[in-house]
Write a protein that binds this ligand. Structure first.
Ligand code: HEM
Length: 116
């Protein structure tokens, strides 16, 4: 199960990179692909995060689970996902700070993941 967990961690990190790539694509190239990158990566983050938590909580790997930290990360990740979904469907809202919010909240979750 260790290998499955490690593969999920890799996907989790790529998901984080995918969201931030979407944000950068929006601010540099202004390409529509930015919204798909943000949405699909945000979905990936929630799925891989929950899978990692499940595997660790089941004691299948040697990794402690801090439920409070996970709960906060989940709330932030769902906020990112909702924002990404809104942006995907309503691209006209992109100039109202929603893309910056997606990027900012993603960085918040990275900081929580590392420092908490
Ligand atoms: C925008 C959303 C998210 C971002 C940017 C993010 C970011 C990260 C990062 C950078 C790490 C690696 C930390 C390290 O190795 O020190 C990590 C690990 C982890 N994340 Fe997330 N995360 C997100 C959402 C979630 C969600 C929703 C969950 C669970 C419901 C979750 C559960 C975990 C777990 C269990 C680990 C530990 C993996 C390990 O053993 O190293 N994450 N996350």
């Amino acid at each position: 199960m260790e290998i499955v967990y490690d593969v999920l961690v890799v996907l989790h990190l790529l998901g984080m990179a995918g969201i931030l790539s979407g944000v950068l694509i929006h601010y540099t190239a202004k390409a529509a692909a930015a919204f798909a990158a943000m949405l699909h990566s945000a979905i990936l983050q929630v799925i891989t995060g929950l899978a990692l938590t499940g595997i660790a909580s089941a004691g299948l790997v040697d990794s402690d689970v801090n439920n409070t930290k996970i709960a906060v990360k989940l709330v932030v990740a769902v906020a990112v996902l909702v924002l990404a979904l809104v942006l995907y469907r309503r691209r006209d809202l992109a100039d109202r700070g929603l893309v910056a919010a997606v990027g900012g909240l993603t960085v918040v979750n990275v900081i929580i993941a590392v420092f908490w």
